[in-house]
Ligand binder design. Structure first.
Ligand SMILES: C[S@@+](CC[C@H](N)C(=O)[O-])C[C@H]1O[C@@H](n2cnc3c(N)ncnc32)[C@H](O)[C@@H]1O
Length: 336
C-alpha cells in the first residue's frame, strides 16, 4: 500500500487534506521516520499530484481495524468499498454490541446490525455510543436494536463483571491491562485501587492472587454494582476486596500506605501526588498524554517523587490510542 512522505510539521494539515479528498487510508497507522511522517493513502493517481514523495510501504493495520475484519468480510456483500472504509471499531460488553456509526454510514445502520448479529449471534442489544460525561465518566448511549437495556454481565480474565453502561463507567478494552497488572502482583501484597468503578481491576487481581485489596469509588451506583460483583465472583477469588464508597481525595488521606497503588484516573483529574503518597513500592498511574508530552509527563512524576522524598524509576507505557497523537498511558513507577 502506498504512503505519502511528508515533513513532520506538515503532517496534520496534509492528513486533513487527504481525508477531505477521500484518499487517506484510516485503516493503517501513520509512521514517524526522523523528520518525516509516512501517511497511509489509498492507491489513487491523485496522490501523485500532491507534490510529495509516494513510497510503497506496508504500514500496519490499526489494532481496532483488525477486530473489524470479520464484520468487514460479512458486510462486504452489502456495503461498497468506500462505505467499508468508514466502519469503526466496536466493542462487545456481555451481550451488548457497542458501536459508533459515522455520518457516512447512517443509512446503513440496519445492515451493520445484521452483520453484527451474524458475527456475534449471542448479542441481544446494539447500542450506539456517545461521549463520556461528568466526573463519573458515564457514556451517553442510544439503543439502536434489541432489548431496551444497558445492563449485562461481561466475562473477562476469568471473572464475571455486572455493569450497567447507563449508570457506570466500564471499558472492555482494558482487559489486557488488567491481566498485565494481575501478573505483576505477588501473593501477600496489600493493594490500593482508587477510582475503582465496578471493580474490574480488583476482581481480576483477586482472581489470580492471594492479596488484600482496598478499593474506593465515588459513584454510588458503581459502588453497589461492585459489591454485587464481589458476591458474584466470591467462589473464584483467591484475594480479599474491601470496597469503600467515597471521594478518593477525602478517603485516601485517612488510609495507610500500600505495597502497590493502581490509579485508573478519571480523565482531567490530577491524582498523582495523592496516589504516589500512598505507594510504598509500586504505583501504576493512568493518564491521557499527547505523544510529544510523554517525556514531560515522566519527568513530572520523577519530580513529584523527589518532592515526596522518594527515589523512583518511571516507565511510561502507551496503553491505547485516545485521539490522534494522544494516548492513554500507564506510568509504572517503582519506588526505591
Ligand atoms: C476512568 S473510570 C475507571 C473505573 C474502573 N477502574 C474501570 O477501569 O472500569 C474512573 C472512576 O472513578 C470514579 N471517580 C471519579 N471521581 C472520583 C473520586 N473523586 N473519588 C473516587 N472515585 C471517583 C468514577 O465514578 C469512575 O468510576
Amino acid at each position: 500500500m502506498p504512503a505519502l512522505k511528508v515533513p513532520k510539521r506538515e503532517a496534520e494539515p496534509v492528513k486533513r487534506k487527504l481525508k477531505s479528498l477521500g484518499i487517506y487510508d484510516g485503516k493503517r497507522r501513520p509512521r514517524r521516520e526522523g523528520d518525516f511522517v509516512l501517511l497511509p493513502v489509498v492507491g489513487d493517481e491523485m496522490v501523485r499530484s500532491l507534490g510529495y514523495e509516494v513510497l510503497p510501504v506496508e504500514l500496519p493495520l490499526r489494532p481496532e481495524r483488525q477486530i473489524y475484519k470479520n464484520l468487514e468480510s460479512v458486510l462486504a456483500e452489502k456495503l461498497s468499498e468506500d462505505e467499508l472504509r468508514h466502519l469503526r471499531r466496536y466493542d462487545i460488553v456481555g451481550d451488548i454490541a457497542v458501536v459508533q456509526i459515522p455520518p457516512e454510514l447512517e443509512h446503513r445502520v440496519d445492515d451493520i446490525v445484521w452483520g453484527l448479529r451474524k458475527v456475534h449471534p449471542f448479542i441481544r442489544v446494539v447500542a450506539q455510543k456517545g461521549f463520556h460525561e461528568g466526573k463519573f465518566r458515564i457514556r451517553d448511549y442510544s439503543i439502536i436494536w434489541g432489548e431496551k437495556r444497558l445492563e449485562t454481565i461481561h466475562r473477562e480474565n476469568g471473572v464475571e463483571i455486572k455493569v450497567d453502561l447507563s449508570r457506570v463507567f466500564f471499558n472492555p478494552r482494558m482487559k489486557g491491562e488488567r491481566y498485565r497488572l494481575a501478573q505483576l502482583v505477588r501473593d501477600g501484597e496489600r493493594v490500593l485501587v482508587p477510582f475503582a468503578g465496578v471493580l474490574p481491576y480488583a476482581l481480576v487481581i483477586a482472581r489470580y492472587r492471594r492479596v488484600k485489596i482496598t478499593a474506593v469509588e465515588l459513584n454510588r451506583e458503581a459502588y453497589e454494582l461492585g459489591l454485587e460483583n464481589i458476591e458474584l465472583n466470591r467462589k473464584r477469588l483467591k484475594g480479599e476486596i474491601e470496597f469503600i464508597h467515597g471521594d478518593a481525595f477525602e478517603v485516601l488521606p485517612e488510609l495507610p500506605t500500600y505495597d502497590r497503588v493502581i490509579s485508573p484516573t478519571p480523565r482531567g483529574i490530577d491524582a498523582l501526588a495523592l496516589t504516589l503518597s500512598k505507594a510504598e513500592r509500586w504505583l501504576h498511574y493512568y493518564d491521557f498524554v499527547g505523544e510529544a508530552e510523554i517525556e514531560n509527563f515522566r519527568r513530572r512524576i520523577i519530580e513529584e517523587c523527589s518532592s515526596q522524598g522518594k527515589e523512583c524509576e518511571v516507565r511510561v507505557k502507551k496503553v491505547s490510542d485516545f485521539k490522534p497523537h494522544v494516548f492513554k498511558v500507564c506510568a509504572d513507577v517503582v519506588v526505591r
